[in-house]
Design a protein. Structure first.
Length: 225
């Protein structure tokens, strides 16, 4: 494992540009993709490991987090809709929304939430942030239909249909999702001027991580479906 992390160091920009230390980024596995590579994601892939896993360029991840945060900071907090249909994204989304005052949607995305004004919980976001384009396809479909920009965390097996801004990152790991949403929350608040450019947030990365004890029986031993 240590030798793999050493080799992966080539996939980063200069250390002073990173939003978090290299050690923490590698330990969280932000750069670890799947064994599937789509044409869309090819430009963000640094290399393939001997075990068949594709490795993402952390430098690209770092830069896209900065860009996404700067973009989201332009909108009213409550008009940013953060979505995760996957269980591992629940706590990260909730904590992100708590700090940035975004609107969280976790679990099943109710059809018509964006596109149907008559839907009881109808929302009118100005930007939508999704955790996984495959799982959160309904949110992307509705946002696209009404012309709302979509930011998506994209793993090596994702495609970009309906996505306007890609953050290339491991979107399946608990720790990876905790770190990326923690970084997004901190960076959004920095861009808004609510905390200094070198300031931090009151919650830790651990606070952003979905705990195994909270998961349904039978899901704790492996990854999400």
């Amino acid at each position: 494992m240590e030798s793999q992390e050493f080799e992966d160091r080539e996939a980063i920009p200069r250390a002073e540009n990173l939003l978090l230390s290299l050690e923490e980024l590698l330990a969280a596995g932000l750069h670890i993709g799947t064994r599937i590579k789509t044409v869309d994601m090819e430009k963000y892939i640094f290399r393939v490991r001997p075990d068949g896993l594709f490795i993402l360029n952390i430098g690209e991840t770092n830069e896209k987090i900065r860009i996404a945060a700067k973009f989201m900071a332009r909108f009213e907090p409550g008009r940013v809709l953060a979505v995760s249909s996957r269980l591992y994204g629940k706590t990260p989304i909730d904590r992100f929304a708590e700090l940035t005052k975004a609107m969280p949607i976790v679990g099943r995305f109710m059809p018509g939430l964006i596109s149907n004004p008559l839907q009881p919980k109808h929302a009118e976001p100005q930007v939508v942030l999704v955790t996984d384009p495959r799982a959160d396809w309904q949110a992307i479909k509705e946002a696209t239909a009404v012309g709302i920009p979509v930011i998506a965390l994209c793993d090596t097996d994702n495609v970009f249909s309906g996505v306007d801004l890609v953050i290339p990152v491991n979107n399946k790991g608990r720790r990876a999702l905790a770190v990326v949403y923690w970084l997004l929350a901190r960076q959004v608040l920095r861009e808004r001027g609510e905390i200094p450019q070198d300031g931090t947030i009151p919650l830790t990365i651990d606070d952003f991580e979905t705990k195994l004890a909270a998961m349904p029986l039978g899901r704790a031993s492996g990854g999400e479906a």
